[in-house]
Design a binder for this molecule. Structure first.
Ligand code: FEO
Length: 399
């Protein structure tokens, strides 16, 4: 979109769509792109909330200049990651008197990233900034998604400028508001964004949600994805579910397979889970499906089954990457099954089992490892694993 969009009479969305970047943070595929949202408040003081990635500074400034004219009093930096702070230096050139508003940690990062040492107004938790007919109140929400992250609340329009929180992948194509978009097409990309970018810090997301619980929030303006004005509780509830981990009843089976033996075990297990009444059984081949989609589904569903062949006496590399990410993200609140095949010595299944038993998840027995192709007895053990997983999931869903 090449024009600002009014959110309220005095508040404008001036974000940009990024359809050029292949990998967000150099890691996460963007098949549907991503938006970087920035907002301008034209009260007695003119206030900009966050900026955009440096690669899109040109079109961003073009839009901003038309709207702001020659004056910006404050730039509020809710988050310093360069997808939001990347246009700060260009803005300082255009508006040399503009004050940058951030907290103590923002101040350090402004120097670390851009060498900025002056023109900074440092704010603390709950501090207010009077900008005319409204005040802006700053709430520090560390680790959602970096240590300096904060949110800004507009007391007049009751807008929460939330930074990364409540954001997601996918560009804003024409519509920017939840009531202008088919939100069902955003849900998976919001979950993938959350699971891969923010999820490790879920306890901090839960703390932030508790801190915000008392606010009267009419509009949620995140730095990525839709502006939530029709039903802000939708995205707040979805983030609450995501940050609680594994809340949806279902099983994600992720396997790697060189010659089809572990794949056959995955398909057998999937069938038995389905026969056991599990409606959501999702099977992924880790060699073909990007890690970000595996993590997205693992984050949402209660059951996980990991199947690996043995490779160089250890875990098959795509499964190894998955296990490493799960370990780093501190995946908990799930039930895990482990299975796989080896040609001769084994080692892959044992290593995945060791990870699973050392995690905060519940390991469902039996762990099933076979040599070569699964035989009748092996399939019976897989049946037992499926039955036990079904039982665990039913017990959890009754709680
Ligand atoms: Fe969208 Fe943490 O940056």
């Amino acid at each position: 979109m090449d024009m600002p969009v009014p959110v309220t009479e005095k508040v404008f969305w001036i974000g940009v769509n990024d359809r050029e970047t292949h990998l967000f943070e150099g890691l996460w595929p963007l098949p549907h792109g991503v938006s970087y949202n920035s907002y301008l408040i034209k009260d007695e003081k003119v206030v900009l909330i966050d900026t955009v990635k440096f690669t899109l500074t040109g079109p961003y400034l073009e839009k901003l200049r038309k709207l702001a004219g020659g004056k910006i009093d404050y730039l509020v930096v809710n988050h310093m990651e360069p997808d939001h702070s990347g246009s700060i230096l260009a803005l300082r050139d255009l508006y040399p008197d503009m004050q940058i508003v951030g907290n103590k940690r923002t101040e350090k990062m402004l120097f670390d990233f851009y060498g900025i040492v002056d023109g900074i107004k440092v704010v603390n938790e709950g501090e207010e900034l009077d900008i005319g007919t409204r005040k802006l109140i700053f709430h520090l929400t560390p680790m959602v998604h970096w240590p300096e992250t904060m949110m800004t609340y507009d007391t007049k329009d009751r807008i929460l400028f939330s930074g990364d929180a409540f954001g997601g992948f996918r560009t804003l194509d024409g519509g920017i508001f939840d009531d202008e978009l088919d939100i069902s097409t955003y849900r998976d990309e919001i979950a993938r964004y959350y699971a891969n970018i923010v999820a490790k810090f879920s306890p901090m997301v839960q703390s932030a949600l508790k801190k915000l619980a008392g606010l009267d929030i009419r509009v949620v303006c995140s730095t990525h994805g839709p502006v939530w004005r029709k039903d802000p509780s939708y995205i707040i509830k979805f983030y609450d579910e995501l940050s609680s981990m594994g809340t949806e009843n279902g099983v994600v089976i992720v396997y790697g397979s060189m010659y089809g033996n572990t794949k056959k075990m995955a398909d057998h297990l999937a069938r038995k889970l389905s026969e056991g009444g599990i409606e959501k059984v999702i099977v992924h081949d880790a060699s073909k499906t990007h890690l970000s989609y595996l993590i997205r589904d693992i984050w949402r569903y209660t059951g996980i089954a990991i199947g690996t062949p043995t490779y160089n006496t250890g875990i098959y590399p795509p499964i190894d990457a998955l296990v490493h990410f799960m370990q780093n993200s501190r995946i908990s609140n799930h039930v895990i099954g482990v299975f796989g095949s080896c040609g001769w010595g084994g080692g892959g299944v044992k290593a995945v089992e060791e990870y699973a038993r050392s995690s905060s998840c519940k390991v469902v027995d039996p762990v099933v490892e076979v040599h070569g192709e699964a035989k009748e007895e092996d399939l019976k053990r897989l049946d037992e694993l499926a039955e036990n997983m079904v039982m665990e999931l039913k017990e959890l869903s009754c709680k």
